[in-house]
Design a protein around this ligand. Sequence first.
Ligand code: SF4
Length: 531
Amino acid sequence: LELGLSGERRLFNEQFLIYTALTRPSERLWLSYPLADEGGASLLPSPVIKRVRRLFPQLEVEEHPLTPDNLEGEAVLPYLAHPSQALDHLAVRLREAILDRPPAPIWWDTYSYLMLSSRWRPALLQVIASLKRQNVEEPLTPALVRRLYGKTLRASISRIESYHACPFAFFSAYGLRLKERPIYQLAALDMGNFFHDAMDRFVLELEKQGLDWGELSEEQYGQLTRQIVDQLSPEIQNHILDSSSRYRHIARKLTRTVERSARVLGRHARRGKFRPMGVELVFGPEGQIPGLSFTLADGTRMELAGRIDRLDVATDEDGQTYLRVIDYKSGSSKLTPLEVYYGLKLQLLTYLHVAEKWAAQQLADKVKGVGAFYFRIYDPLQKTDQPLAAGDAEKLGLESYRMEGFLVNDPTAVELMDEGLKGRSQLIPVIINKDGSLRKSDSIWNEEELVQLRQHLERQFIAAGNEIMQGNIAIAPYRLAKETACRFCTYRAICQFDALLPENSYRWLPKLPREEIMARLEQAKGGEEHE
Ligand code: SF4
């Protein structure tokens, strides 16, 4: 096993290299350091700078901004040392001139110099031509839309979410089908798929062996997990988990993550009555559950498909059947009615919507969908400033796995998920008040709100489908408080979105109070009934 240099050794080498660099010059020594990183966040200089300034207190520190913004006259000259460098800076000044921010006179001199130079004139003319370009995308022609999407628009729920986040990102991913170059590595996506498969196989294995999740012994969790991980490992990226010592170490960590997560889901089973009714349930034209389909304004058929990670069922003492959906995630996720209203997170609600209809047929009974949750599969580190007793460690561990999502305001449903709960639940996003009611939060929706939001789903899907078929590919990322569509988007190099350009700005989605959202949904429903 090859080991890297120790921290001590690396520190020594670094000091030696600094010493060598500082003692080699014969005439002059320049020391420079950046004040900020590329994102504008301030940076601290190396401790070497501090030491040198202590040794030579008479040294003066000069500041050299990276760009000549707000500089005039001779102060600009260092930025014009070479015509290509001058051209780069001039391009920025010319764009500012268009925005009514006249440049300093020296930039017009630079302009004249480059224009009169036979070598640099073509490059300057190119820059001038680019100034007229607007970074906007016109809608696609109907013929092109047909060629891209055909006569039936097939989409998953996450695709519609991506359209609502930014039409251009949707077009890049599902119209142009652009993908990042595959790299032989264990990417977040591979790990996400691995966790999904492992949890599904866990349920199937329990079924096969006739075991109840809530009654497994500690050893059984370990045995089952190892067996499942051994089956799955070779399927990831051509045996990558067996390709080096590092990856074998990662495989052990993945096993531990699956085992811990399975144990937590075992606590859910022990404390509640919900049990899996199905895993990996595919809905849509080729799935076992009927999906959603609509006819769009131009007559196109829109068919929605998806996959429900896990559907749970429970029955109360009166024989009423309840359903909940669990969606596995490897990152943290929350859900608010506002995100559903804006169409940014539609998966959980849609899954519960389609599962409820299907389960009623399967069970030949009236079923009630009472919640849908994200369950995070990970291996959290617990932070504590003192040693913990065994019980406290378990409580802290469980809390870090608390599911997020939404739950109908129904104490019976809570009882079926976390029996005898008082105060804050360690399993689901619920707090019980002293009078036994559920504390109001973004995760607790009353039945009327659930009905309204479910009706809103259909409007969202149809509106998105109509706009896609009208060819809308606008560069229009949303912004909701600090969150933006661009944060994790891989298409930035293609769209070249720049919030400083007047034609590129975020689509601001205002934060609305819950009452306002419901009032708007009521209004939209009223409008439909009138039509
Ligand atoms: S980077 Fe932003 S603007 Fe560009 S495609 Fe992605 S989400 Fe849209």
